[in-house]
Design a protein around this ligand. Structure first.
Ligand SMILES: NC(=O)C1=CN([C@@H]2O[C@H](COP(=O)(O)OP(=O)(O)OC[C@H]3O[C@@H](n4cnc5c(N)ncnc54)[C@H](O)[C@@H]3O)[C@@H](O)[C@H]2O)[C@@H](O)CC1
Ligand SMILES: Nc1ncnc2c1ncn2[C@@H]1O[C@H](COP(=O)(O)OP(=O)(O)OP(=O)(O)O)[C@@H](O)[C@H]1O
Ligand SMILES: [Mg+2]
Length: 377
């Protein structure tokens, strides 16, 4: 069953009937705007999409994303110390991909986390360090090529040293992002599987993205039944997940229902299905973030999203411990906030840069986008 808007939002600030009506009309206006903005396209898929959005109006999925952002973003309190606004670690970065972990880790800082670490392969580390002095970069992981020629016993020894080293850090993190630019090397992925298992034992939330999704699609047990796991698949990653778990093809017509079944089947993990609209489900409710971002599809936007979700999820968990005003799962709140902020920043960047908009331009707009919604004072 899809949750009706206003009941699902559940924030105290939306508690009165009057406020609910105001909020509903704001959502309707947003949907009408979205329908208008899609109206310029004539291809079949977009016609279907318009129909889908119209049919959502009765039982609207659209999250009240700005309110979510306001609710979970902490005030800048001078009594707080370094680390209290979030300590994030990205596990990713290999010989091919150094941009993805950088985008995820720097986005976390730009939003407001205090510390952002990257655990990557030895070869990728100097490159990632050279992008930014703000990141703490650990040249920890090994790929098969760097240990080729070693005996199996030695390989096992290296793998256990990597795990021991990571364990020293793990409990300090509020959230891990596993996968941006991780690559698919079997030795490296085996090591990362062990890291995920340890993180889970320690109840550290984990956002799984990029090649991390390749890993968990092959080994669902890693996340199955873990409520602090968030999966952020793009269109391909989602197709693979649906085929593996539900043994069927993706059906655009029943996207919310399919997503909810998938999240439920993986034991109540939260899934953020990226696309024209971002759809989010924890197996209980489904929410969407649909307002228009940018028509540029440059690589790296999903990496911004995974770093952002990690920060907002951590903030939502902290807020829940202190006030507990929202009945929504903190992982769902983190996804709504991350998706909304990325789309707003992409839209701002596109206003300025048009066709030449790149991921770094979007990252530069994260701060202003959040500031517009939650002024720092
Ligand atoms: N600068 C970088 O270092 C970047 C590295 N990235 C990393 O690259 C690795 C692979 O990620 P991918 O996103 O390419 O993996 P995917 O499995 O999504 O994509 C694999 C192939 O599918 C194609 N594809 C992607 N989106 C599609 C769509 N909407 N419809 C049809 N085909 C589509 C791609 O062109 C690619 O050839 C991950 O580790 C990821 O994190 C990306 O995050 C992009 C930026
Ligand atoms: N067709 C689209 N129209 C509008 N926005 C989109 C569209 N597709 C994706 N997005 C937005 O871009 C964000 C990143 O999604 P995308 O599918 O590009 O991820 P990705 O492929 O994992 O990216 P990356 O290149 O970082 O790996 C999504 O959260 C969504 O908000
Ligand atoms: Mg990606």
């Amino acid at each position: 069953m899809l949750i009706k808007y206003g009941v699902s939002a559940g924030f105290a600030s939306l508690g009165s009937a009057k406020n609910c009506m105001l909020a509903s009309s704001a959502v309707l206006r947003r949907q009408q705007f979205l329908i208008r903005s899609l109206g310029g396209y004539s291809d079949h898929t977009n016609q279907e999409r318009m129909q889908e959005i119209r049919s959502m109006s009765g039982t609207t999925l659209e999250a009240d994303a700005e309110n979510v952002l306001r609710e979970i973003t902490p005030v800048l309190d001078p009594t707080r110390h370094k680390g209290q606004a979030g300590k994030i670690a990205v596990i990713g970065g290999c010989r091919e991909y150094t941009g993805a972990p950088y985008f995820a880790a720097i986005s976390a800082l730009k939003i407001g986390a205090d510390l952002s670490h990257v655990f990557c392969t030895k070869d990728a580390a100097p490159v990632i360090k050279s992008y930014s002095p703000e990141l703490i970069v650990h040249p920890l992981l090994e790929e098969s090529y760097s240990i080729s020629g070693l005996e199996d016993e030695e390989k096992r020894h290296i793998s256990s040293k990597i795990l021991t080293e990571f364990d020293k850090w793990m409990k300090r993190f509020d959230c891990l992002v596993v996968g941006p630019g991780l690559g698919r090397d079997p030795y490296l992925l085996e090591c990362v599987s062990k890291i995920v298992k340890h993180a889970r034992q320690s109840n550290v939330p984990i956002v799984i993205d990029g090649d991390g999704l390749f890993l968990v699609t092959e080994s669902l047990d890693l996340v199955s039944g873990y409520p602090l796991a968030v999966l952020t698949p793009n269109v391909n990653e989602y197709k693979r997940l649906v085929q593996k778990v539900l043994s069927c093809e993706v059906n655009e017509q029943q996207a919310p229902e399919l997503l909810k079944s998938l999240a439920k089947r993986i034991g109540g993990v939260t899934i953020l299905q990226k696309g024209k609209s971002d759809l989010i489900s924890d197996g209980e409710i489904v929410k969407s973030v649909s307002f228009y971002g940018s028509p540029r599809r440059c690589g790296g936007q999903g990496d911004i999203l995974s770093g952002s979700v990690a920060v907002f999820l951590s903030w939502a968990r902290t807020k829940r411990k202190s006030v507990d005003r929202s009945p929504m799962n903190p992982t769902v709140l983190g996804c709504i906030a991350g998706s909304a902020l990325l789309r707003k920043a992409a839209s701002l960047a596109f206003e300025n840069k048009k066709r030449s908009t790149l991921t770094t331009d979007i990252i530069e707009c994260l701060g202003r986008s959040l500031e517009d919604i939650c002024p720092a004072r």
